[in-house]
Design a protein around this ligand. Structure first.
Ligand SMILES: NC(=O)c1ccc[n+]([C@@H]2O[C@H](COP(=O)([O-])OP(=O)(O)OC[C@H]3O[C@@H](n4cnc5c(N)ncnc54)[C@H](OP(=O)(O)O)[C@@H]3O)[C@@H](O)[C@H]2O)c1
Length: 332
């Protein structure tokens, strides 16, 4: 139960999310990024998740520089379809020629000839999923990628994709406070042997326990744009998290470990990918693999923090509109 096979590769059921080393949260300089990436491989992580989007290429460059020489020690996942455009802005674009170019750019930044798992980061609302997938199938046939993944798609989109080609992984936000995958895609993952890769599994830090004050974060920290972290909601959500923290302590585990162990207990095909700048926290997160919860404990953890008692949506309205799975939720 501690391992999972994705398209022929056996990996630990907790992977490492690299995004925060290059963007989104508190700053991380290159030396710290290099040290942390090497430390996570040393302690046993063997699945690294990056994307063309992260740091607009900086994250993939960092991986090459930090752990390119250790390429045989990890399963490498990256993403296309959300990237920096010619004007230097973030853009969703699922047109086949754009996806193929993004892949070539990623291969070059990563310094590799092959990416093991390649996701469509966001479904482009203006491009049928079949067209975007056609490009990923070509990349797979050309040996540039090993397996195809999708991120944040609705069940009907995932089904259309499955009608066309095998999908190795579905990456979506999934944690105690974000449970949308339970409404449809999880059943498809179970039926079709798809890994459900849970992103933001410690609630972008709130379920880590260290974030107590939003004023401590830089003004450009991504969390300021997210309703759950905004004034009023943040304080209410912190109370829920503190209640879980007290319960986790009574079980002899950390808040992050209880949160990750709860995810692992939901189904054997779930693979959380927490990210942290710190070696000690990465180890704490990885050790959630050794936590054993009784069914009663799983239930109690799931009650203490849940979408039913959390204030605010996970994204602001503009970002929500970009997410295929969220559009599906509003219209069904
Ligand atoms: N497909 C998508 O659309 C998508 C979207 C977002 C993310 N992702 C992927 O998912 C990965 C993880 O998501 P995420 O980084 O958003 O969220 P996360 O892992 O839930 O949270 C990261 C934050 O939690 C803190 N943290 C992590 N472990 C901790 C611990 N044990 N104790 C205290 N604080 C802890 C980190 O702070 P410190 O660095 O200060 O420890 C960081 O600010 C990303 O790296 C990325 O690869 C994918």
């Amino acid at each position: 139960m501690r391992k999972l096979t994705i398209a022929g590769y056996e990996v630990n059921r907790i992977g490492y999310g690299c995004m925060g080393l290059s963007q989104a949260y508190e700053p991380c300089d290159e030396t710290q990024g290099i040290d942390t990436l090497n430390a996570v491989l040393d302690m046993g992580y063997n699945h690294l998740d990056t994307a063309a989007l992260y740091g607009f290429g900086a994250n993939e460059n960092l991986l090459r520089k930090a752990v390119g020489h250790r390429r045989n020690e990890y399963h490498l996942a990256s993403k296309c379809g959300l990237f920096k455009n010619a004007e230097g802005k973030r853009e969703i674009n699922g047109r086949p020629e754009v996806l193929k170019q993004t892949c070539d750019d990623s291969l070059s930044r990563l310094g590799v000839e092959h990416i093991d798992l390649y996701y469509l980061h966001r479904k482009d609302p203006n491009v049928p999923i079949e067209e975007s997938l056609g490009a990923l199938i070509e990349l797979k046939d050309a040996g540039k990628i090993g397996a195809i993944g999708l991120s944040e798609v609705a069940p009907d989109t995932l089904q259309r994709a499955l009608d066309m080609t095998p999908i190795a992984a579905l990456q979506s936000e999934y944690s105690l406070w974000s449970r949308l995958p339970e409404e449809g895609v999880m059943d498809l993952c179970r039926q079709h042997n798809i890994a459900l890769v849970a992103y933001s599994p410690v609630a972008r830090g709130l379920l880590g326990g260290a974030l107590r004050d939003m004023d401590s974060l830089a003004s450009n920290d991504l969390r300021h744009t997210m309703p759950r972290f905004q004034a009023g909601n943040f304080e209410a959500n912190l109370e829920r998290v503190d209640a879980l923290g007290r319960y986790a302590a009574s079980l002899g585990m950390s808040l992050a470990q209880a949160s990750l162990a709860w995810l692992l207990a939901q189904a054997p095909f779930i693979l959380p990918i927490p990210g942290t700048r710190f070696e000690a926290r990465a180890l704490e997160n990885l050790q959630a693999l050794d936590v054993e919860l009784t069914p009663e404990q799983v239930e109690k953890i799931g009650e203490l923090v849940s979408p039913n008692n959390i204030a605010g949506e996970r994204y602001n309205p503009a970002i929500m509109r970009e997410v295929d799975a969220e559009k599906w939720r509003w219209t069904t």
